[in-house]
Design a protein around this ligand. Sequence first.
Ligand SMILES: *Cc1c(COP(=O)(O)O)cnc(C)c1O
Length: 457
Amino acid sequence: MTVEGTTIAPAHGGPELPQERRLVTEIPGPRSRELFARRQSAVPPGVSTTLPVFVTQAGGGVLVDVDGNSLIDFGSGIAVTSVGNSAPRVVERVQRQAADFTHTCFMVTPYESYVAVCEKLNALTPGDHEKRTFLVNSGAEAVENAIKVARHATGRPAVVVFDHGYHGRTLLTMTLTAKSMPYKHRFGPFAPEVYRVPLAYPFRWPTGPDNCADEAAAQAIDMINKQIGAENVAAVIIEPIAGEGGFVVPARGFLPKIAEFCKANGIVFVADEVQTGFARTGDLFACEDEGIVPDIICTAKGIAGGLPLAAVTGRAELLDAVHVGGLGGTYGGNPLACEAALGVLETIEQDKLVERAAHIGEIMLPRLRALQERFGIVGDVRGRGAMTAIELVTPGTKDPLPAGPIAARCHAEGLLVLTAGTYGNVLRFLPPLVIPDHLLEEGLSILERAVAAEAGV
Ligand SMILES: *Cc1c(COP(=O)(O)O)cnc(C)c1O
């Protein structure tokens, strides 16, 4: 496989997947529409669909559908297939493992790959203190477990979260999540002892971006002190870049202030790096950008190339505090997923994907900023590395402009983009880190045309 080349050779030795956009039907095509009708009868609408094309193959920077269309992928299955779909080192390891054994339950009879993944995460996550890691199945499960550990270790009940935060869909994690529709609407009552404080959101900070970090941190800390009491807080949990909330990069200085406050008050600082982790932002973990060392870090999405895996990594004294049997799960750290994670980490290192993510940002951000110059509907451009976004507004205001119509134009042209944002007005871009440059450029050109058309220019 080459990043710069035009084909990706699948590990199974099958036909190479051309790295090209190719539209042979309208999007979605007739076979996808047929399958979607079946899906409508079998699967509830609550499980939503961004783009109803049914996929048969994917790799590098493309998704191929049942009608033979080849679409440019700016989504990576929501920041999951960062090393590419069916990445050769992942496929090879998973195939070998599947033939050897598929499950024993690590809590019943262990296997080496689980330990190897934990050793790697202990070594690679920020901070050189003694760490422990355990493995679960999803981002939400990692976040739930981080809170369990923090409460157990501190003996305190309260959890502090931020405006625009997203942490999952289980009862506790949807409670931690900020946005009502669609994540919380009519799903209450919610878990107790969860408190929300302001996030330093530069574009929407009332007094402007310059004082945003200081003012937001002061407000958050004041609320914790006055409304909750710092001594009652087990954990503060934050995404170093808010994902579903709209790729909000907190104003510089905000994260260090919050982390420092936690340290001074015996509060466990939890970084939810489920979306930002594994080279996505041009660092292996987004916390590294401001030198943040979390007490606990939650990872998932990019960890295993699409196999279900998530991890809780943290200070040894916190994780070791929990009694024997207090943590775990039947499938957590499944051997196929562990092998996949080892293949992902090898790929990131050997193919220099941290640098590659930074390179993607260097291509994307200037072109997105040029869009902002040309079109008043592009209110803000932000992100780092291969995690970038534009926030849409009514020109001359900060009134949110829905991102759906531009996304739909991109989809019709064979470019998969995702939306996000508390106000549904953010287009977010999460290409696989192995996408060839020419597809990145072509995707950006499609986006430019879509923005121009929507702006009526
Ligand atoms: C996706 C996500 C989660 C939830 O992960 P799941 O695997 O969907 O449970 C949690 N936190 C963040 C920041 C996420 O982006």
